[in-house]
Design a protein around this ligand. Structure first.
Ligand SMILES: Nc1ncnc2c1ncn2[C@@H]1O[C@H](COP(=O)(O)OP(=O)(O)OP(=O)(O)O)[C@@H](O)[C@H]1O
Ligand SMILES: [Mg+2]
Length: 887
């Protein structure tokens, strides 16, 4: 760069920082001589320090000084206002930057602290590009700075100063201990437990840069914004069009924390090596590290390539390093298998410290409810309570707003238009973050609704839906760019005032003792936003629209909506302008909003990892929060389409099956199941809050007779002749090669052979089969993985049970589908009761008649309510609709 009048102060500052001068000295020089690099260099080199030496050779800058723990090198001690970027700033980064330059200089000057230079000039890198007459950027031997015994005290002081918290949590201390010992670490801790601090504090303590690999722009943005509020400078580099200014500054060590998406970090290996050589890299933190594993729920192939970090930042590759730069991997959802995969894939050291704290979230109230989850009529039933909560106790079920979707076609059209509408809406918005008042929000929303409606009418005139859109209705976390910015920088504001915003006293520590947990039982659910997770993009739109129809401030979030819309939803959610966000899995990972009161899953999640991760967005203030799963308990869930290898498919089925079992469970505390799923021992007897703990389990039933019949039939169908029951072995009648007795056939045979069970329900037997499989009496006879056992075959234990005779009882709690079949269809509560009266032809006749009539009415009702909806639920249906429209 040549000096010229049109050169901005910030450019000069950046260049001088790059050359290794201290911030304070640079700023002082620029104040004195103006934004001229040469003059500033001359000024710095010649002007004496307070102690009489030139700044360039002051003890602070001298070769002998070292970066020491606790010494903050950059913009940390900020007084007064600071230049804090927001997304909108970054969009117009250069313009604003220039505009503010002169005015903000003094602010910047006050807000930036010193660059610590720590190395002898003769130690400077020989291949340096910097001119020899200016001090070189310091070379930090990238080993951990000498650790004083008081590091913990200093860390606590920094914690208090920046975040307002009194002390670190135990697991945070452990993670820091591992870092200080230059060990790799794998931090496994519950959602919302404070994992971020484990990698943020090292930046403050060491004066080096912490590089954080994070999967989503929205997540990086949230964290940077928060850090800036706490007086810590940070930036994020996504994978979109890079902003060379921010990237260059990041690689020059301007920011204390640099968030990078995995794709970008692979591109930046060389500049990062230079950064390690100059300012130094304290640590590579890999957040949401479960994305590394194919056996996790959010596999991201680029995460897998992060092994380059170990290979390129170790002593054998970088001669100036004395020790490898440590890796810190963090997640809230990793099973043992995923943990092993992480350690191996990232080439983490054999001495990796596993920092482990409980996954248990004691203030989350888990429950499961049965719902069709597929039509507006189920929305009305299921969201009644939500509507009452948010819409000032309007009566649910009364005539709805004329806006409410009545059929899927409308929902589809509107969804597309909603996206369009949102685009224009957000494009017209002022580029700053304003907090939207209730009234203005309502006005805007009404406007949106009206224009959506208008667009819907217009759209009817020949607008066609693309097949690709129809088939591609599921979100995955394959892509990092979920917002319309690809990078951003955030300079820390003074944390003093911000402590009031993040008042730690409002953050209640999660109760662990049972008396404390019992108190939660009597707490009412406080006000706060809700996130509804749905499997498909289409449902985000239709449910959001449904809720808007009741005057609720709700909006949709899915990866296919315009990014400007997504950014607006993020912002409004954080500013409490939205009451409900209806989202696919694209929303939420790592979101740290304290007061989310409800997480509703509307439809089966694909795994318990995903479920727990998403549910973990609730109640981060430690107060009571609801996590409700609405699922169709009468249907076995299916895998959402995704490209998987055969092995991955098998594993995905296994994960879905675990999730299905969680939903079907009627006898075990839900928190216990979730926590134990991750391999942790649950030390409490129960959580006291979940639906099972509150409502209790259904009565134990002795199903010995039914079990025996079931096993007999399975055995007989499998080719074994047993004569204790009159089971016909009709395997002989069918060719052996194609014969596979499936559960339907088993039930069919039972109905045929045992009059007592002639009208028994598939659902009930399916439940029993699952229980038997869980206890190891039967196993899947098919090679393929299934969510629910399809082709039962007896195990050794099953044979033993069968031979043990009827003396042995078989007590069990009926599971959710069994209860459902008993409650909805018949008045009996167990088979023994149900059997009564069947011998009487009159009663039998009446019952069958009633059952037929019930079925007829139900079918007719369902057909009417969901005719077009169902059509549009299948690709074939949607294509048919499209064709009929075209004709
Ligand atoms: N030592 C502490 N004392 C009190 N509060 C803390 C402490 N450490 C962190 N917190 C607070 O805990 C909250 C959650 O932190 P953070 O976002 O780091 O959670 P997380 O473990 O990363 O969760 P997730 O798995 O969802 O990403 C934040 O609001 C944070 O300020
Ligand atoms: Mg986190």
């Amino acid at each position: 760069m040549t000096d010229g009048d049109n050169v901005s102060s910030d450019q000069v500052i950046a260049e001088l920082v790059e050359m290794g001068f201290e911030f304070s000295a640079i700023l002082e020089a620029i104040e004195a001589v103006g934004p001229s690099k040469n003059n500033a260099v001359e000024y710095i080199l010649n002007r004496p320090c307070e102690d009489g030496k030139a700044l360039s050779s002051s003890p602070r800058c001298s070769a002998n000084s070292r970066i020491t723990l606790g010494k903050r090198p950059m913009h940390s001690s900020l007084s007064g206002q600071a230049r804090q970027s927001r997304i909108t700033d970054h969009l117009q980064h250069s313009g604003i930057f220039k505009e503010r330059k002169t005015n903000d200089l003094s602010v910047a000057s006050a807000s930036r602290s010193k660059v610590v230079r720590s190395v002898k000039e003769e130690e400077a890198p020989s291949a340096s590009k910097y001119p020899s007459e200016v001090p070189m950027f310091p070379v930090c031997k990238t080993q951990q700075p000498e650790v004083g015994s008081d590091w913990e005290q200093r860390a606590n002081n920094l914690l208090h100063k920046h975040f307002g918290y009194s002390s670190m949590k135990d697991f945070q201390k452990e993670a820091l201990n591992a870092w200080i010992a230059n060990n790799d670490s794998l931090v496994l801790a519950a959602t919302g437990s404070g994992k971020s601090l484990c990698f943020q504090i090292p930046a403050l303590l060491s004066g080096k840069v912490v590089v954080v690999i994070s999967p989503l722009i929205s997540l990086m943005h949230d964290q940077c914004l928060k850090l800036a509020r706490h007086g810590i400078s940070a930036c994020f580099l996504g994978s979109g069009q890079p902003d060379s200014t921010v990237e260059k500054k990041a690689m020059n060590g301007i920011y204390e924390i640099v968030y990078v998406c995995p794709e970008t970090v692979l591109r930046l290996i060389k500049p990062l090596q230079t950064l390690a050589e100059n300012r130094g890299i304290a640590l590579f933190a890999i957040d949401e590290v479960h994305c590394v594993s194919k056996w996790g729920h959010d596999f991201r192939p680029d995460y897998r390539r992060l092994s380059v970090l170990r290979k390129n930042f170790c002593t054998s590759r970088l001669k100036f390093l004395k020790l490898n730069i440590p890796l810190m991997a963090l997640t809230a959802t990793a099973t043992f298998r995923v943990q092993d995969d992480i350690l191996e894939s990232l080439c983490m050291s054999k001495e990796t410290k596993i920092v482990f704290t409980s996954f248990y979230r004691p203030n989350l109230r888990f429950s499961v409810k049965h719902s069709q989850t597929s039509s507006p009529s189920s929305y009305e039933k299921d969201f009644c309570e939500l509507i009452e909560t948010y819409a000032n106790k309007r009566t649910c079920g009364k005539k709805k707003h004329d806006m409410v979707a009545t059929n899927a076609e409308d929902a589809y059209e509107t969804s597309s238009n909603s996206a369009n509408c949102s685009t224009s809406d957000t494009e017209n918005r002022s580029p700053s973050y304003e907090c939207i008042s209730g009234a203005s929000y309502r006005d805007r929303r009404n406007h949106e609704i009206t224009s959506m409606k208008r667009n819907t009418l217009n759209a009817c005139n020949g607008r066609q839906l693309s097949v690709e859109y129809l088939e591609d209705d599921f979100d995955s976390l394959q892509y990092v760019n979920d917002l319309d910015v690809s990078c951003g920088e955030f300079f820390g504001r003074s944390p003093v005032n911000e402590c009031a915003i993040y008042d730690p006293s409002t953050v209640v520590n999660p109760p662990t003792k049972s008396e404390e947990r019992l108190q939660l039982l009597h707490c009412p659910l406080e006000q706060g936003p809700t996130i509804i997770y749905v499997p498909t993009r289409k449902e985000t739109l239709s449910i959001a629209k449904f809720l808007q129809g009741y005057g609720i401030r709700a909006d949709a979030y899915n990866a296919k909506l315009p990014k400007s819309h997504l950014r607006r939803v993020h912002m409004e959610f954080h500013e409490n302008a939205l009451q409900v966000v209806v989202a696919t899995i694209a929303f939420g990972m790592g979101i740290d909003k304290l007061n989310v009161r409800r997480i509703i899953h509307y439809g089966w999640p694909q795994s318990l990892e995903a479920y727990y991760q998403e549910a973990g967005r609730a109640g981060r203030d430690g107060k009571l929060a609801d996590c409700i799963l609405y699922a169709n308990l009468s249907k076995v869930p299916t895998l959402l389409p995704s490209q998987r290898s055969e092995e991955q498919t098998k594993h995905a089925y296994q994960m879905l099956a675990d999730c299905f079992r969680y939903g079907m469970n009627t006898s075990h505390c839900r928190s216990k199941i979730l926590v134990e799923y991750f391999g942790e021992e649950f030390y409490h007897e129960k959580c006291l809050l979940c639906d099972i703990c509150i409502n209790g389990s259904p009565e134990l039933q002795n199903l010995r007779v039914e079990v025996d019949i079931f096993l007999q039939v399975v055995a007989a169908q499998d080719g074994h002749n047993l004569d204790s029951y009159e089971v016909v072995n009709y395997r002989d009648a069918v060719s052996r090669s194609i014969w596979r007795p499936n559960i339907r056939m088993v039930v069919g045979k039972i109905r045929e052979q045992f009059p007592k069970y002639a009208t028994s329900d598939q659902l009930w037997w399916r439940g029993l089969a699952r229980i038997l499989e869980g206890k190891g009496y039967i196993k899947e006879g098919d090679d393929k993985a299934n969510v629910q056992i399809k082709y039962p075959s007896l195990t050794k234990e099953g044979w033993e049970l069968l031979r043990s005779g009827m003396d042995q009882s078989f007590f069990t709690h009926p599971e959710a589908d069994m209860l459902l079949s008993m409650n909805t269809e018949k008045s009996y509560s167990s088979f023994s009761e149900w059997g009564k009266g069947w011998a009487d032809p009159e009663i039998r006749c009446q019952r069958l008649e009633r059952r037929r009539a019930d079925r007829k009415t139900r079918k007719a009702r369902n057909r009417k309510a969901t005719k077009s909806f169902q059509n549009l639920n299948t690709v074939r249906g949607r294509l048919a609709a499209k064709l009929s429209k075209a004709n």
